[in-house]
Design a protein around this ligand. Structure first.
Ligand code: HEC
Ligand code: HEC
Ligand code: HEC
Ligand code: HEC
Ligand code: HEC
Length: 282
């Protein structure tokens, strides 16, 4: 019996349980929806889903409820302004209501939160063409407005990107992004595996998150040669993260082997003790 307790103790000591760090991290970096979160009903949502709403506007709130913004608690008034608590005054300019942005005002409208992306966009061929005469796409052209989901290079597709110019330009951009995105995907998967076996991976996840965010903002420059040049730099950063993950994995394997070894050792000792005690009894 004592041996069994001892074995159990060794096993518990060798499996780290650090679950709460994950939660803090997810809350801080919004990698996952806030735990159990739901946007509180605001007067905006209430009235805009009610019968008085004109039918062509009614889909707006439904679309939004499926969006990544909804999951991250970005509500009507966070984008449109206004007072979410006072129905009578909610859409008055005195309470900061901005209304619906015009086509060329959309980038600043979104960019009050997505600051780095706005900067890259305004300096790009797209941003300049928009400011010069509406020929460039704005944020909504590519992302939509109410049903926005998590971004990915899948947004770069023939149907969308050949509306204004040949798809060739868009395709070379997608190729430049593709390799780094694949690498990021693989690292994410490795981290997920490690996390599932209870290993502390938050430092690596933070590093990956920063690199990923920086890299993804880069698309908005739509400067293919810039993206290609910086791809090397990002690949190097990602290699460092990957190396750290591999080290952790092999340490983990060692620890598992080691506890298996200890268990065998004790099992062996138990047998010896049993045989010895038998010898004495006889
Ligand atoms: C992420 C920012 C964002 C959020 C959140 C958001 N909107 Fe909008 N909304 C926009 C943008 C940008 C436009 C203008 C572009 C367009 O029509 O798609 C718009 C347009 C509208 C319009 C005019 C639609 C039309 O066809 O003219 C209505 C009505 C509206 N929003 C209501 C809402 C309500 C109600 C909510 C909350 C349920 C909401 N919005 C949440 C960004 C947002
Ligand atoms: C008591 C009902 C009610 C409340 C509360 C309300 N709305 Fe509206 N909203 C309407 C109606 C009705 C319209 C359509 C007006 C029209 O016919 O043009 C509208 C139109 C809009 C539009 C598009 C027209 C425009 O002026 O740009 C937006 C955007 C909008 N609402 C956002 C909001 C936001 C954000 C809130 C909360 C801060 C809010 N609404 C609260 C009833 C409401
Ligand atoms: C020509 C299409 C296009 C336009 C215009 C555009 N985007 Fe994007 N956006 C993309 C693509 C494609 C990605 C994904 C890039 C990737 O995964 O490498 C993306 C990614 C993003 C992301 C995720 C990046 C991150 O770090 O999490 C955000 C946020 C975003 N865009 C916001 C905006 C805003 C705000 C604007 C307007 C100022 C805008 N986008 C204009 C296509 C566009
Ligand atoms: C009030 C601040 C705010 C405004 C305004 C806003 N966003 Fe966001 N957006 C967020 C937050 C918070 C997230 C979730 C965190 C994240 O994923 O980066 C997000 C996420 C996103 C994502 C997904 C990023 C990803 O991880 O893939 C896209 C795309 C995006 N927003 C585009 C837009 C567009 C387009 C507009 C304008 C119509 C807009 N946002 C306006 C705060 C805002
Ligand atoms: C609403 C029209 C429109 C849409 C949609 C659009 N573009 Fe563009 N794009 C432009 C304009 C305008 C320019 C700049 C003028 C020019 O060089 O033709 C441009 C230029 C470019 C360039 C060249 C930039 C440079 O500096 O040489 C690339 C790359 C590009 N777009 C990629 C994309 C991608 C990727 C998509 C789809 C996600 C897309 N575009 C969708 C209008 C659009």
């Amino acid at each position: 019996m004592r041996y069994i307790l001892l074995l159990a103790a060794i096993h518990i000591l060798s499996s780290p349980a650090l679950a709460d760090f994950r939660e803090v991290f997810e809350r801080e970096f919004l990698l996952k929806p806030w735990a159990g979160a739901e946007v509180e009903e605001s007067v905006c949502v209430e009235c805009h889903t009610s019968e008085i709403m004109k039918p062509e506007y009614r889909h707006v709130a439904e679309e939004w409820k499926l969006s990544w913004h909804y999951q991250n608690r970005v509500s009507c008034h966070d984008c449109h302004g206004g007072d979410p608590e006072d129905a009578a005054m909610s859409m008055s300019p005195q309470r900061g209501f901005l209304g619906t942005p015009g086509y060329t005002a959309v980038p600043e409208f979104c960019g009050k939160c997505h600051v780095g992306i706005l900067r890259n966009y305004l300096e790009s061929g797209h941003g300049k063409a928009l400011k010069a005469g509406k020929r460039g796409p704005n944020c909504v052209t590519c992302h939509g407005s109410h049903g926005i989901s998590k971004a990915s290079i899948e947004i770069i597709n023939d149907r969308l990107c050949s509306r204004c110019h040949s798809y060739e330009r868009a395709k070379s951009m997608k190729q430049a992004l593709f390799l780094v995105e694949k690498k990021i995907e693989n690292i994410e998967k490795d981290l997920e595996d490690l996390r599932a076996s209870g290993v502390y991976t938050e430092d690596e996840r933070k590093a990956l998150f920063r690199t990923h965010a920086e890299f993804r903002a880069l698309f908005h420059t739509i400067d293919v040669s810039l993206v290609k040049n910086r791809t090397d730099e990002f690949t190097k950063k990602l290699d460092v993260i990957q190396e750290r993950i591999e080290e952790t994995s092999s340490e983990l394997a060692f620890r598992r082997n080691f506890s298996a070894f200890i268990m065998l050792l004790f099992a062996g000792m138990a047998v010896v003790v049993f045989l010895l005690s038998k010898t004495y009894m006889d």
